[in-house]
Design a protein around this ligand. Structure first.
Ligand SMILES: [Zn+2]
Length: 85
């Protein structure tokens, strides 16, 4: 069998946000509340998939025309653009 292979540069994915709340909730409180109401629990950052620690402050971010997501502080640090609140 003949074959050729090469590395294709990764695509850049950009997600736009309308606003972020950097002091949304500590993960342990979030977890307890969601459990109480039998709701699904997101235990990782939406962007980098890092697991939240119990005492970690989560960020709530509103995406453009999509549902809100949870982010870690590091990802918000990396956000580019101007904040318009
Ligand atoms: Zn993250």
């Amino acid at each position: 069998m003949l074959s050729l292979s090469k590395v294709i540069p990764e695509h850049i994915i950009t997600e736009n946000f309308r606003w972020v709340n950097r002091e949304f909730m500590v993960y342990s409180s979030y977890k307890n509340i969601r459990k109480k109401f039998n709701l699904s629990i997101d235990n990782t950052c939406f962007w980098c998939s890092k697991k939240f620690e119990d005492n970690e402050m989560m960020v709530l971010a509103a995406r453009e025309k999509k549902e809100n997501v949870l982010l870690c502080q590091k990802c918000v640090d990396k956000m580019e653009g101007t904040e318009c609140q």
